[in-house]
Design a protein around this ligand. Structure first.
Ligand code: C6P
Length: 422
């Protein structure tokens, strides 16, 4: 009988990613730092290159052929992103440089102008600094008060605590969809329903969900949602803000300058329609076009398929990691199918610093991140200084998990001598 092994998703796509096929420190690269930034397929790299080689030109300004082509491609990308997250209208998608800028846009434009002393903003202890610091600015300026949802014993968002914090004073809830450290998937639809009962607005930080699962803004019913292109197979320097049309219409511009105006007089200006009101200055044109290509690429594979394959990897990763006694993994456990959390694991190893783990793994060609992953308050809450984090994507394989686990065991052995000869 001939056994024909089924080709995995990674088998089908790996050749699309040139960077994966190299040696690092004399070993085949195992790239497990996808939560920091994803790799880029040729399809996206070609879109960026085509723009610079064939029609590099500014958008919305010139009437010449190249400018018209660049404008069509740039605005076409907006359509693609709108469809990708199921926005009702293309006007609800604002290009920003990254998710951080998108959150700051909402903080400055909406937060600074709508909050009063005593109003409450609900965040959680697992938020990325990008979803904490801008709200600290808003609170300092407006007198609004920040409240933080804590964790359950399973290290997921404590929904009961969230409900206790909600009140008539709550004006904004700003929460992460998938934690970049705990890997938990927060029930964002339920969160929006609960918050809206009190008339609060909800912002969802979807940086770690949009690249890995279907995300539908109408189904979630959030007021704003942010993501970064570089985590979803696109380039750095491009991200987006989704906002409900009526809300964006009511919000004043954040940056002033060219592109965002209707008319400028010496003493005042009027503003362009959405979404241009929020896109001052020359945008990241090639990067936005490449984001459209990334969305095409991901859509062609299918976000359901990506999510299902990453769940398989999650199950295998946890099965292997849990066999190493010195390891403590943070966040919820996946079920047997690997569902219920993201394909990442932040962990500590007794008596070995995360940076040492990461440095030694690098000598074996394995790239993971160590440190606080821009979630210092969460690390403080968990009473740990740093974690090592392996974060996977749909182009990673079980074989790479085996290489990572072997290198990790050897590293732990090196530091503690506990594993002996393997
Ligand atoms: N997290 C990580 O290694 P920017 O920098 O704007 O593209 O993304 C910020 C951001 C916001 N929210 C979440 C949940 C994130 O994970 C990130 C980026 C990277 O985990 C870099 S710190």
């Amino acid at each position: 009988m001939t056994f024909i092994q089924e080709r995995t998703l990674a088998d089908q796509v790996r050749l699309d990613f040139p960077i994966l096929h190299q040696q690092v420190n004399g070993k085949p690269l195992v790239y497990f730092d996808n939560a920091a930034t994803s790799q880029k397929p040729l399809f996206v790299l070609n879109a960026l290159r085509d723009y610079y080689e064939q029609y590099n030109s500014n958008v919305h300004r010139g009437v010449h052929t190249l400018s018209a082509k660049a404008t069509d491609a740039y605005e076409g990308s907006r359509d693609k992103v709108a469809r990708f997250v199921n926005a009702k209208s293309r006007q609800e998608i604002v290009f920003t440089h990254n998710a951080t800028e998108a959150i700051n846009l909402v903080a400055y434009s909406w937060g600074m102008n709508n909050l009063q002393p005593g109003d409450e903003i609900i965040l959680s202890v697992m938020e990325h600094h990008s979803n904490i610091v801008p709200w600290q600015f808003v609170a300092a300026k407006t007198g609004a008060v920040l409240k933080f949802v804590e964790l359950t014993p399973a290290e997921t968002l404590d929904l009961e605590h969230f409900q206790k914090l909600l009140s008539e004073k709550t004006k904004l809830v700003s929460l992460v969809h998938v934690s970049n450290t705990l890997g938990c998937i927060n029930p964002v639809t339920e969160i929006c329903t609960l918050a809206h009962k009190y008339g609060a607005k909800v912002l969802i930080d979807a940086c770690q969900s949009v690249p890995h699962m279907p995300v539908d803004v109408q189904q979630i019913n959030c007021d704003w949602l942010v993501a970064s292109g570089h985590k979803m197979c696109a380039a750095t320097g491009i991200g987006f803000l989704y906002g409900k049309l009526e809300l964006l219409q009511a919000m004043p511009p954040f940056f002033g300058g060219g592109e965002m105006i209707a008319e400028v007089f010496l003493d005042h200006s009027t503003y362009a329609d959405l979404p241009h009101k929020f896109e001052a200055g020359t945008p990241a044109i090639g990067e936005a076009i490449a984001l459209g290509a990334a969305v095409d690429y991901l859509s062609k594979i299918g976000m359901d398929k990506i999510h299902a394959y990453e769940a398989e990897l999650t199950a295998y990763l946890f099965e292997q990691l849990e066999k190493i006694p010195q390891i403590k993994i943070y966040g919820p456990k996946p079920n047997e199918q690997g569902e219920g959390r993201a394909a990442l694991a932040a962990f500590t190893v007794a008596e070995v610093h995360a940076n040492d783990l990461s440095t030694l793994l690098d000598t074996e060609g394995v790239a993971i991140r160590s440190g606080h992953h821009c979630t210092q308050p969460l690390h403080r809450y968990l009473n740990i200084a740093a974690t090592a984090r392996a974060s996977l994507s749909f182009y990673n394989t079980r074989e790479e998990i085996d290489i990572f686990i072997k290198a990790l065991k050897e590293t732990i052995d090196f530091f503690t001598g506990l594993f002996g000869e393997q």
